[in-house]
Unconditional design. Structure first.
Length: 201
């Protein structure tokens, strides 16, 4: 059986026969690293794709197997899909797509709520490493990002706006959900669509 992804990145998967798999899936996902076995208790293995984003598993017996993705590359969302693979011929190919994880940042006027262009901004990770430095030419910025904890820093406000030293911490989950972890402040908030809005006076 062969498995491959649509992008050339490193993924990890587990595979085992159908019997008792659903019962073990919750534990498999929560602990991440766990042995995967067939119905006889034989380990098939924890698998990692090659440089071409592919996995090849030789000498499988005919039958039904399942793949569960354990981790994906930094900027991709880990698939929670349980992938059924029926091996009924010499070569079986399966492809799964992963969505990019990204966040949208919007710059807005505190009174009119209209988007504001300009300014300079920086996002750093929790070690202080710069992740992105950018301007908002159209009042918005889309950033592909790994899950983790970050700090937003307004380096320079848009022309004509007060320099309020807007800085706040936020966290991005594996699913791409955004949570601001700094104290509440009227200068920033997360909207229902998970966009971060930063306002200026």
């Amino acid at each position: 059986m062969r498995y491959h992804t649509c992008d050339k990145h490193s993924y990890r998967y587990y595979i085992e026969e159908k019997e008792d798999f659903l019962k073990a899936l919750e534990e498999l996902i929560s602990k991440v690293l766990i042995s995967a076995t067939d119905k006889d208790g034989n380990t098939i293995g924890a698998l990692t794709t090659d440089a071409d984003g592919k996995i090849e598993i030789p000498n499988l017996k005919y039958g039904t197997y399942y793949l569960a993705e354990i981790s994906a590359p930094d900027n991709y969302i880990t698939s929670k899909e349980l992938i059924e693979v029926i091996v009924d011929k010499e070569v079986v190919n399966t492809t799964v797509e992963n969505a990019l994880r990204n966040i949208t940042i919007i710059k807005a006027d505190s009174v009119t709520k209209e988007v504001v262009t300009g300014g300079k901004y920086r996002i750093v990770d929790e070690e202080g490493n710069s992740v992105s430095e950018f301007t908002m030419e159209n009042g918005t910025y889309l950033l592909d990002i790994a899950k983790g904890k970050y700090t937003f820093i307004e380096v320079t406000p848009p022309k004509g706006y007060v320099d309020a030293n807007v800085t706040f911490d936020f966290e991005v989950s594996d699913e791409g959900n955004v949570t601001i972890t700094s104290s509440d402040d009227r200068h920033y908030y997360v909207s229902e669509n998970m966009a971060i809005t930063v306002v200026n006076d």
